[in-house]
Ligand binder design. Sequence first.
Ligand code: CA
Length: 590
Amino acid sequence: MIKKTMMATVSILGMALGAAAVAGPVTDADLLNDAKTPTSVLTNGIGLQGHRFSPLKEINTSNVKNLVPAWSLSFGGEKQRGQEAQALVHDGVVYVTASYSRIFAADARTGDKIWEYDARLPEGIMPCCDVINRGAAIYGDKVFFGTLDAQIVALDAKTGKVVWHKAVDDFKAGYSISSAPIVVPTKANGALLITGLAGGEFGVVGRVEAYNVDNGELVWSRPVLEGLAGSYRGKESSVTGKVNETWAGDEFKTGGGATWLGGTYDPELKLLYFGTGNPAPWNSWTRPGDNRWTASRIAINPENGELVWGFQTTPHDGWDYDGVNEFIPFDLVKDGKTVKAGGTADRNGFFYVLDRTNGKFISAMPFVSKITWAKGIDATGRPIYNDEFRPGDPAKSEDGKKGKEVFAVPSFLGGKNQMPVAYSDQTKLFYVPSNEWGMDIHNEPVVFKKGAAFLGAGFNIKPIFDDHIGSLKAIDPVAQKVIWEYKNKAPLWGGVLATAGGLVFTGTPEGYLKAFDAKNGKELWKFNVGTGIVAPPIAWEQDGEEMIGIAAGWGGAVPLWGGEVAKSFKGIDQGGSYWVFKLAPRSAAK
Ligand code: CA
């Protein structure tokens, strides 16, 4: 009898969604339709646009209280640390990356492990912010991911055997890969695997690169620093910007701008959007000029790697306000007009809306409290600096060794960091996992040395409120308003999922996966996974049932760099597992 009811549910759900399961090799069309095909999750961002919105609605505001664990998979090993990955789901298999550059394939119904691949990292890797990985890409019959020794690995999706691997750069120079790559179809070169690079704290050259999915050959490379030439099919291509327009001397050659959080893609305009990290070193007195395109969003033509536009959120950054945060294409409907826009919550504490066709500034609003470094954003999108809150020039100090210390808000870990936002196609709101904190920061002299930290700064992060640091906010990008806020004691470091069931999911360092009413922020459900959550959740439909998945395992940048805020997360234990939830069988649900 129960079985019969279940079957009825399956067919109704199937009809409502009209979704056929994607099976066999993953195609261009599968990737482009990912956001609308809930039987699989084929891209980082749940759709190349990165909305992290699931059309599933079996789990909704009235029954989410009946959500129970379906299975859990241990990442095993003695070494655990932070688990920041978003999983993929294809053809009844969950693919999830884990700490120390590992990837697991598990049965999506039971969690039974199918295979595991461990990249076996060499001595001397230099990840800035824990040994994390944020996820894989899938195309054809292969899965791909980047490793902390700056390699891309392509594996047979069925067996986990290596098909090809490729060194993107020299890990001994500070390069690593922690972001999820994306696969984007092109006319000229077929499907391309697109990746960014990490290493902004070591003075690397930030760039975006595209590789042939079949053999790992480099197709194009686009450095983000003005003055450096790109490449296309083995030949030098155009120079990014103009030499020395916003940089002095040779500083752009070690200027940072690491593209460490990966990118999004807009199939409508056929543009890639990437964010770029801090200029190197952190000490801004050593590098006069705006230092483009560090701390920026850039649009790239995926056909040839040419830069289409750039928008700098923090020109001449002096606070480590990386501009890497994801740029989410969405249609902004205002006064009856639809604008092809993009939204992004920057490390610097402002939420920007840009015209995604040309990078023109539309609006900015502060999404965290008590910002000190800027008085606001002017009509062109440029910050109105508050010079008192730029760390002082060490050359002007008495001993020349330590510049004036300032208290800057937000802290260098940002109003928002790596944890991705969700944009609900239903409520038209952005759900932004943010943190309310500041930092004492000062500058010191520094010289570049290959493979060594290139900062020239000392810092200590401090809370700005007694009762919370984490703050999940629902932001209306049209009204430029915070609609609701959920406050969390420890800093939020996991991403967000929004669903057509009217729900928003996110995890906390305290170990809870939580569900909120997307309209008003009311907390409707929580479950403790036994370790801190610093990863984004997903939803998919498995045999007619909606499943919610999340990686669990405390770590990431906060425990490494957190300074005085460490008090708010004392006692959180490490872990390493994947958790999946679904509704309790009807007979059991109250
Ligand atoms: Ca940085």
